[in-house]
Design a protein around this ligand. Structure first.
Ligand code: AMP
Length: 291
């Protein structure tokens, strides 16, 4: 595995591989890799000839109050893990390489970014769209692998790829979880012991909502209420949102229709740690046993 810090070098390597007909995959990460990240890299190995894992803690997707400096980093550990699962190039630029003095361009995606994460973290998705655009331009991938863990982000990237005409196939990989259901995340390490114990409540709330949908509930506020009720069993929790929406558009109708795909989305604070999770559910078509 080669570590690349320069955008121009990364582009030269990508062009060279493309001229040989190699298919390139990119797995964008902010590092502090866990099994969830590694599952994305393994998927990329299946999908392409050359796998580039990027490791860049992107300051532009953190708000001033969001502890960019505190984000966990461990380059040596990350590079050992990345190579072990088949990364060919670890693209790890410095902040000034990505955003040199005078840098003045931002990619902004409308609509889908207005609510949920976008509403609670203004400018977050501009930061994401900007860095992903730069990563695509640096690595010229044929395939890009992202996690469903950041559900709204996957919609933003789909929009970006479509609107800017990138010839890139997207693969959205499932969320890897701890044994109690907590979605793996680099931030989980920051949880206190007590908060770590409570944190499985996100998964439990999603599962309760899934259950009432399977039993025939289609009213959006009733589905949301079940998640809120479960989450509030943890007294110290601060809920940013616990909501259901149409999976493709994030629209929030009063009632979901049979056969519709719905996403359940949760974001909370436990102590200073912000956790997000989601799940996809299809509204049952036939509810024979329900009046
Ligand atoms: P991050 O380093 O948090 O920016 O995440 C890099 C990529 O890994 C994103 O596409 C995430 O959605 C994905 N990811 C994060 N956590 C998980 C997880 N638990 N399972 C699968 N993919 C994940």
């Amino acid at each position: 595995m080669q570590v690349i810090n320069s955008i121009v070098t990364m582009q030269e390597i990508a062009i060279n591989h493309k001229s040989k007909g190699d298919k390139i995959a990119i797995v964008p990460t902010m590092g502090f890799l866990h099994e969830g990240h590694l599952s994305l890299i393994k998927k990329a190995v299946e999908l392409a000839d050359i796998v580039i894992t990027s490791l860049f803690v992107n300051p532009r997707q953190f708000a001033p109050n969001e502890d960019y400096d505190q984000y966990p980093r461990d380059f040596l550990r990350d590079s050992n893990l990345a190579v072990a699962v088949g990364t060919d190039y670890l693209f790890s630029p410095e902040v000034l390489e990505m955003y040199p003095i005078g840098y003045n361009t931002s990619i902004s995606i409308g609509g889908i970014t207005d609510k949920f994460e976008g509403a609670h973290r203004p400018s977050h998705f501009d930061g994401v769209a900007t860095v992903v655009t730069k990563l695509f331009n640096a690595t010229m991938p044929d395939v890009a692998v992202f996690g469903q863990k950041d559900y709204q982000q996957t919609l933003v990237i789909k929009r970006l790829v479509k609107d800017l005409n990138y010839p890139i196939e997207l693969f959205i990989a499932p969320t890897l979880r701890e044994s109690d259901g907590l979605a793996m995340s680099s931030s989980n390490k920051q949880l206190t012991k007590t908060d770590r114990k409570s944190s499985s409540v996100l998964f439990l709330a999603l599962e309760e909502a899934r259950k009432i949908i399977a039993l025939g509930e289609v009213k959006r506020i009733a589905i949301n209420a079940v998640m809120h009720k479960k989450l509030r069993e943890v007294l110290s929790i601060k809920i940013d949102y616990a909501s259901s929406a149409m999976a493709n558009s994030l629209e929030e109708p009063d009632y979901f229709l049979p056969g519709e795909e719905v996403v359940l989305l949760i974001a909370v604070y436990l102590g200073r740690t912000r956790l997000i999770d989601n799940t996809l559910v299809t509204i049952p078509k036939m509810l024979d046993n329900i009046e």
